[in-house]
Design a protein. Sequence first.
Length: 374
Amino acid sequence: MAAAALAVSSLFAQELTNFAFGNRGPRIVSPELKDGKVTFRLNANYATVVKLSGNWMPNPWTDTIDMQKGEGGIWEVTVDAPTPEIYTYNFIVDGVAVNDPLNDKVQRDGSRYLNMLFIPGERSENYYEAKHHGSVTTRWYNSPSLGYSRRMVVYTPYGYENSKTKLPVLYLLHGGGGDEEAWTSMGRAAQILDNLIEKGLAKPMIVVMPNGNPNQKAAGVLGIEAEPMDRQDPKWQNAYVTSLVKEIIPFIDKEYRTIAKASGRAIAGLSMGGGHTTSATILFPGTFDYICPMSCGIRESDHLDADLQGIKKAGYKLYWIGCGTADFAWPGTEILDQALTRNGMDHVLFASDGGHVWANWRLYLNTFAQLLFK
C-alpha cells in the first residue's frame, strides 16, 4: 500500500512538474490586439532570424516582416491591424515555418494547421461564438454506389434536440483540397449559422457538409487510405453528385427531422463544390429550390441553355451566385450570369472584392444564408 501510495504521489508530482514547466519564465501574449495594432511575440532565444508571415500581406505566399529580438530572447513585431476578418499567420524561425505556441486558435487547411488572427468588426461579427450553440457532429453513411462507408459533418441548430419541428437542409460543399471539415474549420459555418439564427436573420436549418472527394472515405488526417482515382475514368464522372442526391439526401431525411422536399433543400458550394452545385442541379432538377454556387462559374457549351432550361422548368426559388472580381473564376461566373439572363432565369450576382479565398466564402455564406427558406 505504501509503495502504491508513493507511485500515485510520484505521478501526481510529475503532472505538477510538467504544469510548472509550461509556466516558467515571463508571461507573454501573442497575438495582442490593441489600439489598431497587433503585436506578435515568440519566445525563441536560440533563433538567429525570425520573421512573421501572414495572409493579409500584399503577397501572402512570400511576403514576411522581420521580428526583433528583445529581453529574455522574446522576438516581437507590431503591425497595423488589417481590416476586420479572420486571417492566418505563422512564424519563420531560421527558415523553418512554425506556429505561434501561444495562440490556441488554429484552422486546418488540408494537412496544414495555421494560427488564426481575429480582427473584430461588422464584417467578422458573426464569426465569433454566439450565446447559443448548435451541435456539430460527424456521421458515417453507407454509399453502395461508391462501395464504402463515408464520413460527413452535420450541423443542427440550437434547440434541435428538444424540438419536434421539421427543418430545411442546406447541403454545403467544399472546394478542391478540402474535405468534410473544411467549412467548420476554415469557413466558420457553425458560428455563422449560430449567430444568424440567434439574431433572427436566418431560418433555423440543418447544414450537411459531405466529403466531395469520391475516392475518400473521410478526411485524410484520419489516416484512412483513399481509393486510387483516375479522374479521366468515366466511372468517377458525377459519382459524387449522384451519391449526394441518391444516398446522402435519403440518409439525412431518414436520420433527421427534415422538410423532405425541394422547398426544404438548398445546395451551395465553393470552387470545386460550386461545380458540384451546378452539376447536381442540372442532373437532378427539382431537387433543390435554393441554388448558390460560389467562385466557380461555368463553361459555354452547346447544351448549356438546355441544361438551364431543365432547372427553369422544374422550378426554383433562388439562384444566387457569388464571386470575387479578382478571382480566376470570375470569367466563368460572368458566363453563368449571362446564360441565366438569356434564359430568362431570375438570379442574384453577388460580386465582391478579392479572389479565391476563404474571406470571400465566409462572407458569401453569411450573406446568402439569410435568404434561404423564406
